[in-house]
Design a protein around this ligand. Sequence first.
Ligand code: HEM
Length: 430
Amino acid sequence: MSAMPPDVSPAAGLFVDPGFKPQAYPIYDHLRTTQPVSSMPLQDGSTMWFLTRYDDVVAVLRDHARFSNDPTTIFPPEVLEQRYAALHTHLTPEQFAAVIEVDESIGRNLLGVDPPDHIRLRSLVSKGFTPRYVEALRPRIQQITDERIADMRLQAEANGGVVDLLSTFAFPLPLQVIVEMLGIPMSMRDAFRDWSNAAVEFNPMTPGDMGVNARLLAFVRYVRELIAEKRANPGDDLVSLLVQAEEAGDRLTEQELVGMIFILIVAGHETTVNLIGNSLLALLDHPDQLALFRSRPDLAKNAVEELLRYTGPVEASLPRWVREDTEFAGVQFRKGDQVMPILASADRDPAFTGDPARLDITREPTRHVAFGQGIHVCLGMPLARLEGQIALTSLFAAFPNISLAAPRDAIRYRVGFLLRATEEIPVRLG
Ligand code: HEM
């Protein structure tokens, strides 16, 4: 473990520092041993707690009695509004109104509600994401992957052999899969990229970023138009099925419908794009593991699990709200505090798996937390796994000599703490 200065703490703005991501893992190692439950004061007087140990992360994600995803179950609306206003004192009344509008429009999504609403909402979509249903999508996912690879070749020819892996392959592949499942035209692709980028550029230090809010409102407007279109012309896609469930009465409200479509679009591709990107980078950093993967495509399943553990795309789960004053891991949490389980740190905890900093695609499958745990565990897990396996095996089969076309330390990470995501990955196809 490398030595760290004593002020390595979230309170010093550590996690939102633009230079944080490339050195995150040694910092987590340091925090895990020196202050495994660390904190940052928030402007409303409450505290944001960060968890770095595997056992603590799992304990919070599984404890819905003490930790909630929905602050409206903890405080009455007037108290919540006061606390919310205290977090946004830097905004004009109009800007604050826009923040509230975004929150009300998309806040009631799967990740923003507790049981029993969570059970009701999740049961409406769970059938579309079972391993069996997803396996039936395999030929179509392979076809989309092959089309992307053909397109990469064309773009590389026009570009001296170099392309950006993310924009030509890793981004359009999962996006096309999810928009086809939802029944959305692919012509919306660029708009989606911008809107869902906005959704994940969350920064706990500056809640209420106005640029982000304006883009999210455009997203919400589009989702409402889409709902109207599916009401008029239903198909056999997921959005049409959800619209019919909403029309049937008590199964979901219009607000929940917007939230559901929002979360499916954002979660459905912002993550898998980075599974593909981060995995390629990690394998290029470990040529022995890359050579092994290339020569043993039968290891794909195992390799994807290890890559999720080693360099998962979701750095931290969404913060959970503390329902009542409670002690946790020797620390006193107060009602209304927020707790952020850092998944990336948990998956590198030596108490969870041996030699965690080593990438080993033959490692026995672990119970990693890259997909979260408990009732909010990733709905799209089977789909993401299949996409990751097909994408990586097809990529290495098509381009056995693929290499980075930029110095490794020139690869920049995107702003925002929640995702481990790079801006672009220029590659030479070889
Ligand atoms: C490698 C790719 C992916 C990773 C690493 C990932 C990770 C996660 C994680 C960590 C959570 C839980 C967050 C929390 O507890 O705060 C989650 C939830 C979720 N994910 Fe994924 N995800 C991936 C792909 C997908 C895909 C392809 C979909 C498809 C639609 C999807 C849909 C969802 C949904 C709807 C939830 C909320 C579930 C709930 O609250 O019940 N994810 N994901």
